[in-house]
Design a protein around this ligand. Sequence first.
Ligand code: AMP
Ligand code: FE
Ligand code: FE
Ligand code: ZN
Length: 286
Amino acid sequence: MRIDLHTHSTVSDGTESPVELVDSAASAGLDVVALTDHDSVAGWDQARARCAERGLGFVPGIEISCAVDGRSLHLLGYYVDPADPGLFDELAKARESRATRAERMVELLAPVTGLTWDEVVAQVTAGATIGRPHIADALVARGVVADRAEAFEKYLASDGPYHVAHYAVDPVKGVELVRAAGGVPVLAHPFAHVTGRVVEDGTVEAMVDAGLLGMEVDHRDQGPRERARAAEYVRRYGLIRTGSSDYHGTGKPNELGENTTSPQMWARIKDAAADLRHGLEPAGDH
Ligand code: AMP
Ligand code: FE
Ligand code: FE
Ligand code: ZN
């Protein structure tokens, strides 16, 4: 059974609609796929319905933007209750701040690239979580850069002159909110140095204390050393180990199913979600 628990659609910064994404997952030979758009669950219904039509298992998920001490990190939440106000009020704040931040980044980029806000808006599906990849797409459309990778390299790096931070929830609070919403918190690509500074040890420990249940080990932005480090956390705290593609359609080279999660680990995620829904403490190994 091939299980990919981390993908993005046009509901955030992927390039395929939820339906197209599920079709791609079927073509890639996946049996189970999660949709984990940034700060939004707006693609769930479409993806779930398409998975049913195509005979795939669907895992509802979300990738929550978090920040601590100016470092951003990503928290996956599986099977969260989409009606939970605690979590979703927080995510609405993040989405609003993302829009304001994107406008400010365009103001900074305009003198050097000629970019306009309308050009960015043209790249965003209505209602989607806006992010730097949409600014990248507008720069590509304008002919300033060839692809998203070049846009990030030249203009969008988090330590670059055109970057503006957006509001994001503290990761410990994020773990608490996911659990309170009946979801299973899994730390995404903790040691992916490619896209910025990595998560510090103290942060991981604080998240584990707050009830973090899993960690993404197998991810293309983590090499052998980073995976070994993540696997050590998994062992030490009895976490659920996941591996995923972090597919973004044509927005990134990541291919569906390039990393996968074992059926045993998916079963643990489902069990933990069931326990949290019934108000039980999910069984941990520590
Ligand atoms: P933001 O959420 O606006 O801070 O932008 C971060 C997002 O940009 C991540 O979710 C990645 O999907 C994407 N990203 C980061 N670096 C790159 C890159 N070099 N090429 C394409 N996408 C990237
Ligand atoms: Fe992304
Ligand atoms: Fe991420
Ligand atoms: Zn992601």
